[in-house]
Write a protein that binds this ligand. Sequence first.
Ligand code: SF4
Ligand code: SF4
Length: 270
Amino acid sequence: METAGDDRADLEAKALSDAPRLGRSDRFRFGCHPGVTCFGDCCGDVSIVLTPYDVLRMSRHLGISTSEFLDRHTILPFTKEQRIPAPLLRMGDDEKKRCPFFAADRGCTVYEDRPWACRMYPLGFASPGKGNPAGEAFWFLIEEPFCRGHEEATEQSVAEWLDGQGLSKYDEWGERYKELAVDQWLSKPRDLDPRQMEMFFTATYDIDRFRAFVLESSFLDRFEVAPEMVERLKSDDEALLGFGFDWLMFSLFRRPTMKIKDPKVRERKE
Ligand code: SF4
Ligand code: SF4
């Protein structure tokens, strides 16, 4: 069955190829505020792929663990083409399939920690390799018929929009995740086996579970981790997320991002 989410994906694909390419200093007209007649129309029946950093921010906003957030608020579709897990924000089961975080009187109830995709809208982003193999990254405007924001007089540059939406931290983590997700190993025709897929998911999206794995298993007996880092991993979520990426680089891609403890030292300790 085709959904509005499919329509938006089609529209995005079309905009990616047809819409004018925008650079950071290019300007566009758009405004969104609670007074628009379409307020919240973009927050329903939409496919929002969450990044690991989105899951971290939203779970902390709600005061729940990443495991609970993933369980309650995401779905994890699997397609043949998919090589790594990509959870989608679970929409409501009402007629409009509203996002559960939308409130008619207040708008987005997780606004300070809303996902990357919600911050970007109505801008799309194409990094080199996605529709422009040789070129620079560019942005493009997604114009959906129901969105009245394009009729507003407010004008801003792409850079002003990105800044105003607080995207820099999200982009920083996005870049780090991209390094991992598009690692050469993954671009080869070789799939992660179910155990590796589970490991990948835990160390990127379910970091509270990953924290327990690092601190409560024999992990620290097997790997060199500086004592200050062990302390940080107990409470610093971003340090843990970065550590998870390093762990996957080492365990899946054989990158020198971790050090195994000297087996002789380990034996002596034992
Ligand atoms: S998270 Fe917020 S902005 Fe994003 S779809 Fe849900 S209500 Fe809308
Ligand atoms: S103007 Fe567009 S982005 Fe803003 S609420 Fe309406 S549909 Fe959503």
